[in-house]
Design a protein around this ligand. Sequence first.
Ligand SMILES: [Zn+2]
Length: 396
Amino acid sequence: MKVTGDLHLMKKLNKSIILETIIADSPISRTAISEKTGLNKATVSNLVNELIASQLVCETGPGESSGGRKPVMLLFNREAGYAVGVDLGVNYILTVLTDLQGRIIKERRVSLHENGFDYVLEQLHDSIRWALAKAPDSPYGVIGIGIGVPGLVRPDGMIMTAPNLRWNKIDLKSQIEETFQLPVTIDNEANAGALGEKSYGDYQTAKDMIYVSAGIGIGVGIILNNHLYRGFSGFSGEMGHMTINLDGRPCSCGNRGCWELYASENALLEEAAKVLGEEQTADEMTLDYLVHLAEKGRKEVIELFRSVGYYLGVGIANVINTFNPELVIIGNRLSLIKSWIEESLQACVEERSLQYHHKRVQIEFSKLAMKSAAVGAATLAIQAFFAQSKATVEEG
Ligand SMILES: [Zn+2]
């Protein structure tokens, strides 16, 4: 950082530190901010006034005080702007409009009937247009768009490959930016899901958590020491393509016997098609339909769910032995069948992970369920918005 002595840049940096403190700890008094940040009271007071003028912060009534005059509390104005978060699945698009604190204001889900880029782009445009139209009036309007995709995404947003969509080298970011003239952030959907869980899920205090996105494929988002671990090239977490069967069937990634061939929604639907034979056409064979059959007590389907739970457990045991996490969260589509898969999954982890590891780890199903990745994608857009002022400081 080359800002020493540059008062203007120091001020910007201090302002962003104060804003971060208010976002994290609001409602908070000016005195408490001064104590937390080590900045003197006059500086805090001046910069808070600027934040109030910029409408990112507002004042509320008196807070708790240990006697004497009660301080006025400061709140982050989470409705100063809005973000669009998109979870681009293999067979659906889930779009959310959130406030600046990731609270969902509106959401919409559409099914995808094919994966051709032009068709998906058109559906994406429709979904984003819909979200933009729903944004209430606000000082900053929609501050950006975040998109989670099931594939390898370079740090600059280029989608290198998305095997289940059969996409290679797609510059989705530029196309969406051009259409909507808004900043666009793209990341892997499991990374987005991990971020969504870490920022807004029920287990935010876990420092080391692994988010397992079990949908059509499987991806893993890795939070280590409170930070998303992206790997050297940004491609970490492709554990869906970890080999669990040496002589297994071929996978779209080029390998054989990958984890997601046995433990994903796709695996479940394929097995169901074999077991249920001619009963259903491929289009009718959906997870919802299988849940319907399981609820009616259909034994073959219950057994399939149990088997998918077991295979999920195989990979999760490997995850646990590798990372020794505090928490493993299972999200995306298969979290919908928790009650059918939980027992066999836990039994498998018990059986296959090292006993010192599995004794302490907590395995949960996401409470955000299907929405982790979409909320996490909105978080990416929000982080990019707040990073702008900091970036100017750091490059100064
Ligand atoms: Zn594979």
